[in-house]
Design a protein around this ligand. Structure first.
Ligand code: URA
Length: 205
């Protein structure tokens, strides 16, 4: 079977050829980063600079994401960064439910190929794709069991650019990531099942 890089490239080509995908007038912004990473960050949709450069998270929100990654001792190249919707919605509006639905099978394939242990959705659109009933202010920074993986929803960096309080919380949540990756946080005594979420989606702390 082809390696991860080849399979990702196949997937990218498949997306380019899929004329049924919405937002077809803007550039395809595929995921990038390490194919052997433990952590996959998933944003909502590309913005102006991402559309221009054809790369995810390269505008102001992306610069903050890079900074937060560096602050915990990691490098951008060591993680994988992608979006649910892989083309820019006009005027940077929120992605529509039907756009998320149209792009979702490709995200599912990207996750399957990359097989990361930890998925960190950035912002509520991405979080609600995985955890439909979760609330970003309540659930960001927690770790949820999602089949074989852990899901750690985080505030969107763009929200942190608009609010100092959000930035403080986002930074605190980022600091937990190395311990989640190393497994230390699993030994935490903070384990608590969340009644609001389906039983398969329990928060670890
Ligand atoms: N916001 C996102 O959700 N994704 C990007 O790639 C850039 C900004």
């Amino acid at each position: 079977m082809a390696g991860k890089q080849e399979r990702l490239e196949e997937l990218r080509k498949e997306m380019l050829n899929d004329k049924s995908l919405p937002l077809g007038n803007s550039a395809l912004v595929f995921g990038e980063g390490s194919i052997n990473t433990d952590v996959m960050f998933i944003g909502e949709a590309p913005g102006f600079y991402e559309d221009r450069l054809g790369r995810p998270f390269v505008g102001r929100a992306g610069q903050l994401l890079d900074k937060l990654v560096k602050e915990i001792g990691w490098k951008r190249e060591d993680v994988y960064i992608t979006n649910i919707v892989k083309r820019r919605p006009p005027e940077n509006r929120d992605p529509l439910p039907e756009e998320i639905e149209a792009y979702a099978p490709y995200l599912a394939s990207e996750i399957e190929i990359l097989n990361p242990r930890i998925i960190a959705p950035l912002g509520r659109f991405s979080m609600n794709y995985f955890l439909p009933t979760a609330k970003i202010s309540r659930d960001q920074g927690k770790a949820f069991i999602l089949g074989e993986r852990l899901l750690v929803p985080l505030y969107h960096p763009a929200a942190a650019l608009r609010s100092t309080e959000v930035l403080v919380e986002l930074r605190e949540s980022f600091k937990k990531l190395p311990d989640i990756v190393s497994g230390k946080i699993l030994a935490s005594e903070n384990f608590s099942a969340k009644k609001e979420l389906p039983s398969s989606q329990r928060s670890l702390f």
